[in-house]
Ligand binder design. Structure first.
Ligand code: HEM
Length: 541
């Protein structure tokens, strides 16, 4: 299926973030093991607070989603939660902690809202839960949305009305809550009134998040936040929360069921609201729990404002290329490098040792120029949701006169284009990779950006538009700013390509550079090369 360019780039980027990288600094590494907690106030792992990043990601998605009004076509997963963290209904560290981690991956083609969806799928899939089909294309809100997230003290009618406005009926609301409440728990540092009766003193403590007011019983040396888990497999996405609730064993469904303060028994109220019919049905079998949760969670993350068009779901069975970079040098010699990803999914043929990658020339014919892409079958680079994942790096060399319109593996063809692109080996960034530290504050970068346009009658200039993540006041999530533009000037010819270049100085943090990209446009014809990641220039030096 051929998608419009910008949709295809969104899907590729999401797929890459989701499926390819489990190494240091990856999204996956922040939730490995599933009990891990990354503290946004320090940027470090801290496993003494009784907090857990996976649970926070699922809760973040829920709070972003549930203020949707599907009839009006507003709200849903749109990252508006970033503007709403000061609200009492969004109490706790979960939201800013989640946005902090996701901000490392935001770019022109990975919105915060898509990252919130990805985080939910990854947290569930890697912690024993079912695979959640993941689609891309969500758009970030620019202002806060309406309030209305259910709180422990919210009455049943109001809670059900809020779910209903978001498109979820009573049975959906009960099941979705049980699905969410299989991970993590209630923190006495955040909700002390659940352990004690509501009083002015405790409400003050809740606002202060003053750990000293937590009942001694919940606090331990590795649980300084005083977490009471919903079930006793706190980091597993499993049926235990339902079974322990129904059988009155273990954590019995957690503090929102067992607290003696009736006002805040929100899970009990919800589960009993249809005489436990839904919760009993959910408890039939682990397979039924998994499939019901997968379907409800997909509906939750795919609830988006009207007008947002989501891509198809990522197809993990597909052999797919990633990190593809095209280069041309002054003598008209071209290279295409990147890797293919193969996931060893149960039931599909085992990962082969190598693939033959063939060049499809500019004229559309599969050429005799091939390369052998050899996999490292000892290193699983995947996220663990679908199966062992292997990368097959390749480089194809070919003359600019041959050019390319795609690559082929076996009978499968992957369209690419060489009509306009940034040539990383003719470009540079100062300071370079050796001096790069992602935590460095704002400093001056000097970019030499060189682009190649397939043209015998080139224009004098090309337009460059930067896409830079910039901070938003009062929000841990950056937005992408497109206001910086520049011109590249014609500097010469390399085979059939006209080369354009400029030296552009720009102040930004190292993290901003990490997420930044440029679009290049030939305004005389409207030809555009979208989403060239500036950081990829650094990788060539
Ligand atoms: C009636 C609706 C709900 C209410 C009143 C409610 C309330 C709460 C409360 C009070 C906490 C404790 C937070 C803390 O102490 O840090 C919590 C945690 C959590 N909630 Fe809900 N919740 C509801 C529905 C949901 C739904 C539908 C989901 C997901 C689909 C969800 C996912 C979570 C998760 C994963 C946690 C654990 C967070 C952590 O350990 O950091 N909740 N919820």
């Amino acid at each position: 299926q051929l998608l419009p360019d910008s949709q295809a780039l969104v899907l590729n980027e999401l797929e890459h973030l989701y499926l390819d990288n489990s190494g240091p600094g990856s999204i996956k590494s922040t939730i490995t093991p599933c009990t891990n907690y990354v503290d946004s106030t320090t940027g470090l792992n801290n496993n003494t607070l009784g907090r857990q990043t996976t649970a926070q990601w699922i809760r973040t998605a829920f709070h972003d989603f549930v203020t949707a009004d599907v009839a009006a076509g507003t709200g849903g997963i749109d990252a508006s939660i970033g503007f709403e963290t000061h609200r009492p209904e969004n109490v706790g560290a979960a939201f800013n902690d989640s946005l902090f981690v996701f901000a490392f991956s935001i770019s022109a083609k990975a919105s915060m809202a898509d990252l919130i969806a990805l985080g939910t799928a990854m947290a569930i899939g890697t912690c024993g839960g079912p695979p959640i089909p993941l689609r891309g294309g969500r758009i970030d809100a620019t202002v806060a949305g309406p309030s209305g997230v259910c709180q422990p003290e919210t009455d049943l009618q109001t809670t059900l009305a809020s779910f209903s406005s978001a498109g979820f009926n009573q049975a959906d609301a009960i099941a979705l809550t049980a699905c969410g409440h299989t991970m993590g728990g209630v923190h006495y540092s955040t909700f002390p009134q659940i352990g004690r009766s509501l009083s002015i003193a405790v409400v003050t403590a809740r606002v202060d998040e003053n750990v000293a007011t937590v009942p001694a019983s919940a606090v331990g040396p590795n649980n300084l936040g005083g977490r009471i888990a919903f079930d006793d497999t706190v980091a597993n996405f499993d049926i235990d929360v339902v079974q322990q609730y129904l059988s009155g064993t273990g954590n019995r469904g957690g503090a929102l069921v067992t607290t003696t303060n009736k006002t805040v028994q929100s899970d009990l109220r919800l589960y009993e609201s249809d005489n436990n019919v839904t919760i009993k049905s959910l408890g039939q079998s682990p397979a039924h729990f998994a499939s019901t949760c997968a379907s409800l969670i997909s509906r939750m993350i795919n609830t988006v404002p009207r007008g947002v068009s989501l891509t198809p779901a990522i197809d993990p069975r597909a052999l797919k290329h990633a990190n593809v970079t095209l280069n041309v040098d002054w003598s008209g010699h071209m290279t295409l490098s990147g890797f293919f990803r193969y996931i060893d999914i149960a039931g599909s043929p085992p990962a082969p040792n190598s693939f033959t990658v063939s060049l499809i020339a500019r004229n559309g014919l599969v050429s005799s120029i091939t390369t052998n892409a050899v996999g490292d079958l000892t290193t699983d680079t995947g996220n663990g949701v679908y199966g062992p994942t292997f990368q097959y790096p390749f480089t194809l060399d070919f003359p600019a006169t041959t050019g390319l319109s795609g690559i082929a593996v076996g009978g499968q063809e992957f369209p690419l284009q060489d009509s306009l692109f940034v040539a990383p080996t003719l470009s540079s960034i100062e300071p370079g990779l050796a001096e790069y530290n992602i935590l460095d504050p704002t400093h001056l970068f000097t970019f030499n950006i060189t682009a190649a346009l397939l043209s015998s009658h080139p224009p004098a200039t090309l337009k460059v538009t930067f896409a830079i993540p910039v901070p938003q006041p009062g929000n841990m999530s950056p937005r992408i700013d497109y206001s910086t533009t520049a011109e590249l000037f014609l500097i010469g010819q390399a085979g059939p390509f006209a080369l354009f270049s400029a030296i552009i100085e720009q102040n930004m943090t190292s993290l901003q550079l990490f997420g930044a990209s440029v679009d290049i446009e030939d305004e005389s014809t409207g030809t555009v090369a979208m989403f060239f990641r500036l950081f990829s220039i650094l990788q060539f030096f």
